[in-house]
Design a protein around this ligand. Sequence first.
Ligand SMILES: Nc1ncnc2c1ncn2[C@@H]1O[C@H](COP(=O)(O)OP(=O)(O)OP(=O)(O)O)[C@@H](O)[C@H]1O
Length: 469
Amino acid sequence: MKGCILVVDDERDMLLLLERIITEDTGHRVETTTDPYDALSRIGTGGVDLVITDLKMPKMDGIHLLEKIKTRDRTVAVVVMTAFGTIETAVEATRKGACDYITKPFRRERILVTIENVMSFQSVTRENRVLRAALEKKDGFASLLGGTPIMRKIFDRIRQVAPTQGTVLITGPSGTGKELVAKALHSSSKRRDKALVTLNCTVIPENVLESELFGHVKGAFTGAWKDKRGMIEDAHGGTLFLDEIGDLSPVLQTKLLRLIQEGEYRPVGGNGIRRADIRFIAATNRILNEEIAQGRFREDLYYRLNVIHFDMPPLVDRRGDIPLLSQHFLKKYAALNGKTITRICPLAMRRLMDRDYPGNVRELENIIERGVIFCRTETLATDDLFLDEQHSEPSGAFPSSLGDLPFREAKDRMIDLFHRHYIDQLLRNNSGNVSRAAQRAGIQRQYLHRLMKESGITTEDYRHPAAGE
Ligand SMILES: Nc1ncnc2c1ncn2[C@@H]1O[C@H](COP(=O)(O)OP(=O)(O)OP(=O)(O)O)[C@@H](O)[C@H]1O
């Protein structure tokens, strides 16, 4: 998308030079002025995407102009130009919201690269703002974000499927938003005024799970000293979301099948049949066909669940959503931490766009949350994100950057690093077999799963063809 660049400099020669470079090599529209007040009058109408301004001007200096631009319209990007030797002022400008600076005399390529970086970032964020506003207005699922074609298709399907009774199966790698899709389906359905009950099939031990799900009657087992409602009763009239369905035991798979087929169930220890009106949504990051082939998942249950299928794409297949998601998480965690961080510097955004995400959106969210915690200015910078450290090989070295942090923050960060490196090594040593890894580590499998989730680690990366869980 081509945009508009406004150049402000009291030297006419400089204006002419920049106007020529930009028109010849970028195709963006250029406006020029020698008067900062005139520049300011053009801000606030939504017409200007980027202002390139000199720092030293007689009527108003560049920093002052930058501040005024940002008060009128925070979304306008500003790049400052400065003579060599006054870089400190330029750095001060980036602290105040400029997204980059150029030293004069500059090379043509340098200015072109800067312009392209800023303008492509502006184009994505503009489009995302529009999309998000539209989504928030139209749908009840604004927390599920995305503007890429692949996500738009998912939104369309949600709109189509939500009002129906169809059972839904959501598959896809961990951290891709399966739970958010389930919530969106429920909140856009006719059942939205009734409960959305979520059951995580991994977290609860099998014997407890049965009575959690179906409820039990008084005296059903030792400790059952009164009747207990199950989640099915809670979900009556609403939606039951069965997360990590691939981990459900064979006994419960059979009982669940009956419930889905007949709408009937029996509480643990009870004789009477009860009926439930429920819409079922199930999710898993396992490949259910493989589970069926291995005899771990009932084929008939699979077909019952898989009436409507959503397959959530990994984040690297929709990199175009990274700016939108990053801005969303920035806003969320800045508010949660009581910080005024309003933007992500273009370089940091580029790094975020370029890396891989084995833990998908959850991993991106963790990176931004950590970044917000460590950020000391209004702009989230590359250093705040610690991206290199996250991808470096596990090592015993103490990261020197921690020495600059308050004790508590440094300790949390070190524990975080320890978790990531420990789990990484543990899973490597056990070819991604979580049960075996948990056993070797002497911790509960569920706890290991939680730690993996928090660290954005998935088993896929550690499995070799002969391995399997
Ligand atoms: N499209 C999205 N827009 C906004 N946030 C998202 C999106 N996708 C995922 N997230 C966020 O990422 C995190 C993980 O999402 P979610 O729990 O829905 O993933 P999941 O696929 O169900 O993961 P798992 O299989 O590990 O349970 C959540 O904090 C969620 O808010």
